[in-house]
Write a protein that binds this ligand. Sequence first.
Ligand code: UDP
Ligand code: MG
Length: 318
Amino acid sequence: MMKISIVVPVYNEAEGLPRFLEALYSVMHAIGLPWTCLFVDDGSVDDSWAVIEHLSRDYSEVLGLRLSRNFGHQVALSAGIEHVDGDAVITMDADLQHPPDLIPQLVAKWRQGFNIVNTLRANTPDTEWFKRHSSALFYLLLNKISDIPIIPAAADFRLLDRKAVDALLSMPERNRFLRGMVSWIGFNQTYVPFVPRPRTHGSSKFTLKKMIHLGLDGVTSFSLAPLRLALMLGIGSIGLALAYAIYVLWVKLMTDYAQPGWASLMGVVLFLGGVQLMTLGIFGEYLGKIFGETKHRPLYFVQERIGILNPPDRKRSS
Ligand code: UDP
Ligand code: MG
């Protein structure tokens, strides 16, 4: 019989977990396939782990994985996916913004033969203004420059079948931008729309800083365009500088106005300085990525497990 594994990253969600499980339970019960729910505690500093332990005593379906510190949403998802053995793996948030009611639709699409069933967030009026617009702009830019399509409003709420999971787990990179990675691996993919709910409790764990980091990872993990942009800007500014030098020479040789022009000099210096700094910044971003990857560090460490006896036998190459 096919088995479904639910993977839920948890960062300081103690008060919402029982309600989440309750909602999940009735939906999964109705589906009727064997299932488990793995809560990945991503270094919570509240009682989340205690709550997970408690839930696992009451519900045999509940498993737990506690990471040694906060590694971030994307890594927590990867860790969870690595530790489950379902024929289908569903990743979703713990705050009920990803409605469990959608799971039967995901499973139905899987049964139709899709390897990956993504979900698309429909914008609701109560999505925060800043979040809505920053996300729209980010995906617009990302798709302009990226080599693979990344659907805007895609959420990390999706179903992956075994093939897709194994493909993802075979990707050793440390910069995990799952939306991009999932798009990159291919297979039969489809999309199901959903209306995100307001968070049932607590507040978003995504600070502006975390969003910017995720955005940079998304751009630089899937595109060399910023590097090319640096090159183009460099060439362009050399061209401009040459043209200007010719003009300066002409003024010097042919006219009496040869005044050391402070303003234009400053203009050129500032422009070139800016281009150089930007170029260096872009190089640095990629260099940092290469540095991170070459260290071959594990993606995360596990502190405790519930219901998962052995480390996964499918080990990533690093
Ligand atoms: N999360 C996590 N590690 C983090 C930040 C968030 O595991 O460093 C979890 C969080 O508990 C939630 C999911 O990732 O289950 C999505 O986070 P959140 O709801 O705060 O993001 P938003 O919905 O605001 O984008
Ligand atoms: Mg949320």
